[in-house]
Design a protein around this ligand. Structure first.
Ligand SMILES: [Zn+2]
Length: 370
């Protein structure tokens, strides 16, 4: 019998995770075997593993029992026989869990996030082809080892801890949103839900990318003040439920508005907040939605055309964007020191899920340590 490892697996929707002993996977030619050191427990995981299919009926889950764990960071312990360069044993890496088929039209164009079978390893998929990708890569961050395509690795410098690396998924989502908005140094950005997990990521990335001014909305005044303290000259907190956000932004920008809106509010957020923030965008501004407000948004095409405003959906990020973030953090422009890590052992995975519910906004980073 080969080497064995421990992995927290879900055996039935709605039941707790169970730690099982299973074989360490064999590495295939173009894959790597990674010894996981830290795995992020993402805020949405409980919804997925308790309420499926109510919550995301159109998003397929891996066949059970399944190893979850979306965001993993660790050390390469073995490379496949056809891994030629760039990655070697001992490299510290973040594993981008976004899997694509390689053969569909989007994949052949190099547009992997738009693969018709796009799948989050250790989480859920987006298409009919996802189940096959789950079978190819059935290992997530809640296992001691996982296999991944070599093309999905982000190399982490020594200055990035594994705990910080385990935050790269939500950070990358925010970074890709700013890139899709063509956000430039010297511009202004409004981040709706700025104290949350996606929002805080967007704030520190906008700081790193040279934002002139960052307006950030939130409800918790203590967290808003903590956010402002990250860079008091550039961050303007906006307390939701007082003045309309658009009014605050327009007053602060001489009636011009912000260049970019990053909308991070979650599925249950009121549509009125989205509209209010959208009204804070300047002519030609771009709004990027990464939070997934569930209700329909009444957008009027005619004024949208006249003002050349865009409302764009954005999912996840590319491995190249992940590497950008690692390089920005290595150079000191991106400050990953804002996170407060709450570390749990693998046996405590169910407690970690509870801890995510109790988190103090985006500053808390709940991780499983192997
Ligand atoms: Zn594809």
């Amino acid at each position: 019998m080969g080497k064995m490892m421990r992995a927290a697996r879900l055996h039935k929707i709605g039941e707790p995770f169970q730690v099982d002993t299973i074989p360490v996977p064999e590495v295939r030619p173009t894959d790597v075997l990674v010894e996981v050191k830290a795995a992020g427990v993402v805020p949405n995981l409980r919804n997925v593993v308790t309420s499926y299919p109510k919550w995301f009926p159109f998003l397929p889950l891996p066949a059970l029992p399944a190893i979850y764990g979306l965001d993993a960071a660790g050390v390469v312990s073995q490379v496949g026989s056809q891994v030629r360069s760039g990655i070697k044993e001992g490299d510290r890496v973040y594993i981008n869990p976004g899997l694509s088929c390689g053969g569909c039209i989007a994949c052949r164009r190099g547009d992997h996030v738009n693969c018709t079978a796009y799948t989050f390893q250790g989480y859920f998929g987006f298409g009919e082809g996802s189940q096959k990708l789950f079978e190819d890569y059935p290992y997530g961050g809640f296992g001691q080892f996982l296999t991944a395509p070599v093309a999905n690795l982000v190399k982490l410098p020594d200055s990035i801890s594994f705990e910080q690396g385990a935050r790269f998924g939500y950070l990358g989502t925010s970074y890709s949103a700013l890139k899709k908005a063509q956000f430039c140094p010297g511009q202004t950005v409004l981040i709706d839900g700025a104290t949350g997990t996606l929002g805080l990521g967007a704030v520190i990335l906008a700081l790193a990318m040279g934002a002139a001014k960052i307006f950030g909305t939130g409800r918790n005044k203590v967290l808003l003040e903590k956010l402002r303290a990250l860079d008091p000259s550039r961050i303007v907190p906006i307390s939701l439920g007082e003045k309309p956000t658009a009014e605050v932004v327009m007053a602060a920008t001489e009636g011009y508005g912000v260049d970019v809106l990053i909308e991070t509010l979650g599925p249950n957020a009121p549509v009125s907040n989205v509209i209010d923030s959208f009204n804070a965008l300047r002519r030609g501004g771009k709004a990027i939605n990464i939070g997934g407000v569930a209700d329909p948004i009444p957008l009027e095409p005619f004024p949208l055309m006249c003002l050349q405003k865009s409302y764009i959906g954005s999912l996840w990020f590319t491995t190249a964007e992940g590497q950008d973030m690692a390089d920005m953090a290595a150079s000191g422009t991106l400050n990953l020191g804002v996170f407060e890590h709450e570390r749990f052992k693998l046996d405590q995975v169910n407690e970690a899920l509870d801890a995510v519910e109790q988190r103090t906004g985006g500053f808390t980073n709940v991780v499983i340590m192997h």
